[in-house]
Design a binder for this molecule. Structure first.
Ligand SMILES: *Cc1c(COP(=O)(O)O)cnc(C)c1O
Length: 404
């Protein structure tokens, strides 16, 4: 079997049609879209089309789309831009403990600058309770930022309910939809979303380009000041080929969404079922049903995520682990700790995220290859089985943490 790519939550391979759509904008229509002469016109037109394509994916208007340099930038722009523009309204931000670092670290930075941040907890499936959002809103709240789907455990939040609460309380609502845009249906009107981040490379587009949806009438301050591009909302000469690639990717994603959702979900469900059946002391992380169609995430007891990842890589299978070994010490994922897992369990995390190019044969191959890897690693594991299999961490989490 050739190499298998099961890490679509990290990045997706650009679709050939996307690359084809981009090339002419390097070779021929390389003009500056701000130029008034002939060379700018073609670039401008291409960008207009891409803006319509991205808007269509979200049921937004083209003028509500601001192109950015990444999903990270879109998240920073939403939080910092809203904070600056709403200084008179209030200084309180509400977010969750399981956000991507692009939101979490931005919130922490705002805190250092004197703002108040509430980090809402999640339940053992990783869900934010809309009632908790409702309760946390004060007269000083200027923004609620809750991600649409979590990149590590796949849990999808009830963002339409959260959006409705924010609308009723007249508070802006931002959602990081980097994992869902192009993968699951999004309607910014029905879901009462004011600000939404997405990233091209997570939906089979190029890296280094993203977008922020900014609802008409919502005011946020720009992060980048300069020539006034993107209607003054994001100065910088535009990455025209990247933007065209994002537009094409959005267009194709909308077209293929129903097929892709069922294709991915079938692979995901077989992965989950096969894994829990064949690997003793393994558990699913995230919500059993309210989850991304392409994401299967687990914790495997008594071994470390990174060892599993490297052993699978040796078999040419690319997956991801929530735990990163930084400078020799294992750092457990903030998401896995937030859903209540003890450190030792969180260290054994594995994320398998499938995509449009994967097949059931690849899934079956994974299910053949993986159990022996687990057996081998357990045989040489320094982590002794201190707890029995029926002693799994539940919602109460009264377990000791076994630091190592
Ligand atoms: C990948 C990701 C980002 C960051 O997007 P980049 O374009 O890689 O900067 C933000 N949020 C989530 C949920 C992501 O998965």
């Amino acid at each position: 079997m050739e190499s298998i790519y099961f890490d679509h939550a990290a990045t997706t391979p650009p679709r050939p049609e996307v690359v084809e759509a981009m090339l002419p904008h390097y070779r021929e229509t390389w003009g500056n879209p701000s130029s008034l002469h002939w060379s700018g016109a073609a670039a401008r037109q291409a960008m207009d089309r891409a803006r319509e394509q991205v808007a269509a994916l979200l049921a937004a208007l083209p003028e509500e789309i601001v192109f950015t340099g990444s999903g990270t930038e879109a998240d920073n722009q939403a939080l910092i831009g809203a904070a600056i523009a709403n200084q008179k309204k209030g200084d309180h931000l509400i977010t969750s403990t399981i956000e991507h670092h692009a939101v979490l670290h931005t919130a922490q930075s705002l805190e250092k600058h004197g703002l108040q941040v509430t980090y809402l907890p999640v339940d053992s499936h990783g869900l934010v309770d809309p009632a908790a959002v409702q309760k946390a809103i004060t007269d000083n709240t200027f923004l609620v930022s809750i991600m649409h789907a979590n990149n590590e455990i796949g849990t999808m939040q009830p963002i339409a309910d959260i959006g409705a609460i924010c609308r009723e309380r007249n508070v802006l609502f931002h959602t990081d939809a980097v994992q869902t845009a192009g993968h699951t249906p999004i309607n910014v009107r029905d879901m009462n979303i004011d600000l939404l981040s997405l990233s091209a490379h997570k939906l089979y587009g190029p890296k280094g380009v993203g977008a922020l949806f900014v609802r008409k009438g919502v005011r946020i301050a720009p992060l980048l000041h300069g020539g006034g591009h993107e209607r003054g909302r994001r100065s910088s000469t535009e990455n025209v080929p990247g933007i065209v690639g994002l537009g094409e990717a959005a267009h194709l994603a909308a077209q293929d969404m129903q097929w892709e959702m069922s294709h991915n979900a079938a692979l995901r469900d077989r992965l989950i079922q096969g894994m829990l059946e064949r690997v003793p002391d393994s558990m699913l992380t995230g919500h059993p049903t309210q989850r991304l169609p392409n994401s299967a995430s687990f914790c495997v007891r008594y071994i470390e995520g990174e060892s599993m990842l490297l052993n699978l890589d040796f078999e040419r299978i690319a997956v991801s682990s929530g735990s990163a070994c930084t400078s020799g010490s294992l750092e457990a994922s903030h998401v896995l700790l937030a859903i209540g897992l003890p450190h030792d369990v969180a260290h054994g995390s594995l994320r398998v995220s499938v995509g449009r190019g994967n097949t059931m044969e690849e899934v079956e191959h994974f299910l053949e290859v993986f159990p022996p890897i687990v057996e081998k690693l357990r045989a040489m594991s320094p982590i002794s089985p201190v707890q029995s299999a029926d002693d799994w961490p539940g919602a109460e989490h009264e377990h000791q943490n076994h630091e190592h």
